[in-house]
Design a protein around this ligand. Structure first.
Ligand SMILES: O=P(O)(O)OC[C@H]1O[C@H](O)[C@H](O)[C@@H](O)[C@@H]1O
Length: 430
């Protein structure tokens, strides 16, 4: 992964970072790196995720999914960090085995998806670190029933990925389902390089060793200076830009297959860093499509954001056919890839010309190894940002508040958070 901070410098952009400010920040990066290293050495909660390139066991994952090697499709039932990592890999990498995700309880969507799946040839991976998430367990009960109704023995087609305790673990034991363990100390949004993200990829036939190798390469680049580590350069610059007013981070990959990566990034950034009245709101954009919509705001709107432009340096290309139509001949002889690259560079320049800070992130190509670098790099960037901001990167009390309120409403326990629902202020206009 390569990170170019040139367009985030104060001689280009406002807010922007002076070279002196970066040098001062670099001293804090050195301390934060030491803290991160200590956390990794002691496998502390959260920091342990940065050790996954070494601690994940790809052989065990492959063995566990062996019985599902012939599946036509794999259905992941999970939500948040228990779905987005696997979905990012599945959307980025082509496979003959289709991957589907049930990460919402919208009944129309669930019914439509289940009606369309070849249930007898679908491997179902129920993923929940806590083993208690209502949406995931409810969806699983619905999937089970759909399989029963279709005359499919769901116990043959299902495995679970979960922690040592919780309802899902108990269910796996009762039904004798194969179960993969979620490693200790790895929060959901940092779990893509563990069993949670890699089981689906393994069923799809992806090279999960290469994903971990790429992540390991990025881990090796973590160092006590932002000038030596692309991940830290990104994390430190995002933090410093936020301090100077960039309250929004628009993640804009220039690759259709990285669209879900922006969703994964949004959870990582929002849930880890949105604390104590601080944080950077992640916005999701896709190049070149959103040049024709959101870019107007990014260039001409308030200077309250940074734009992160991500692209692979190489990609399979497709020529644009020649034409002698007036005004279109400039396109012929070039390729869709050339056009996309030109759009990328034009957007970058147009933001810079308007003084809007933007950062370029490049990977070699969209393959297992480079995705490993990108995902690990963003996780390390997030952890560094959290250290610099002094927030508890690995907790999510605000999310849990809502979970308890919903559970209380459904009669799943006595939660004072549910009382707030009855106290809602209304001002209805009909
Ligand atoms: O894996 P689970 O325990 O089911 O959790 C799934 C998701 O639930 C919560 O909302 C957490 O805040 C997320 O970080 C987590 O990824």
């Amino acid at each position: 992964m390569r990170v170019d901070l040139g367009n985030a410098l104060s001689d280009v952009a406002t807010p922007g970072l002076s070279r002196e400010a970066l040098d001062e920040l670099d001293e804090r990066v050195a301390d934060a790196h030491e803290r991160i290293q200590r956390g990794r050495d002691e496998s502390e909660h959260g920091y342990a995720a940065l050790n996954l390139p070494d601690t994940a066991n790809p052989d065990a994952i492959r063995r566990a999914v062996e019985p599902f090697a012939d599946a036509e499709a794999v259905l992941t039932v999970g939500i948040g960090g228990s779905a987005l990592g696997a979905a990012t890999l599945a959307r980025a990498l082509p496979s003959e085995t289709d991957a589907f995700f049930l990460d919402n309880v919208d009944p129309e969507h669930v019914t439509r998806l289940l009606d369309s799946l070849p249930l007898a040839d679908t491997a179902v991976n129920v993923v929940s670190r806590s083993g208690t998430t209502a949406e995931t367990l409810a969806n699983f009960l619905v999937v089970r029933e759909a399989m029963d109704d279709a005359g499919v023995d769901w116990t043959d087609r299902t495995f679970v990925t979960t922690g040592e305790e919780g309802n899902l673990r108990r269910l796996a034991e009762t039904e004798d389902l194969p179960a993969l363990a979620v490693p200790d100390g790895v929060p959901g949004r940092f779990s893509v390089l563990s069993t949670v993200g890699l089981a689906c990829a393994a069923i799809q036939g992806h090279d999960i060793d290469a994903i971990l190798r790429g992540a390991g390469d990025e881990a090796d680049r973590l160092a006590g200076s932002l000038y030596d580590s692309p991940a830290y350069a990104y994390g430190a610059a995002s933090y410093a830009l936020e301090e100077r007013g960039a309250a929004v981070n628009a993640m804009m990959p220039y690759a259709e297959s990285l669209e879900t990566f922006a969703e994964w990034f949004a959870q990582l950034w929002a849930e880890s860093l949105g604390k104590d009245g601080r944080g950077q709101t992640p916005a999701r954009a896709l190049g070149a499509t959103d040049q024709h919509s959101q870019l107007q705001l990014y260039r001409a709107g308030p200077h309250d954001k940074m734009v992160t432009l991500v692209r692979p340096e190489e990609r399979a290309d497709r020529d644009i056919p020649h034409t002698d139509l007036d005004g279109l001949s400039y396109l012929g002889g070039s390729s869709l890839g050339d056009l996309l690259d030109a759009e990328f560079e034009a957007t970058e320049a147009s933001l810079a010309a308007a003084g809007q800070p933007n950062v370029r992130v490049e990977i070699d190509r969209i393959d297992e190894r480079s995705l490993g670098e990108l995902l690990y790099g963003m996780e390390a960037a997030c952890v560094l940002y959290g250290e610099l901001a002094g927030v508890k990167t690995f907790t999510q009390p605000a999310v849990e508040w809502g979970k308890k309120a919903a559970r209380g409403l459904l009669g799943g326990g006595d939660f004072e958070e549910a009382d707030a629902v009855a106290e809602k202020t209304t001002l209805t206009v009909e």
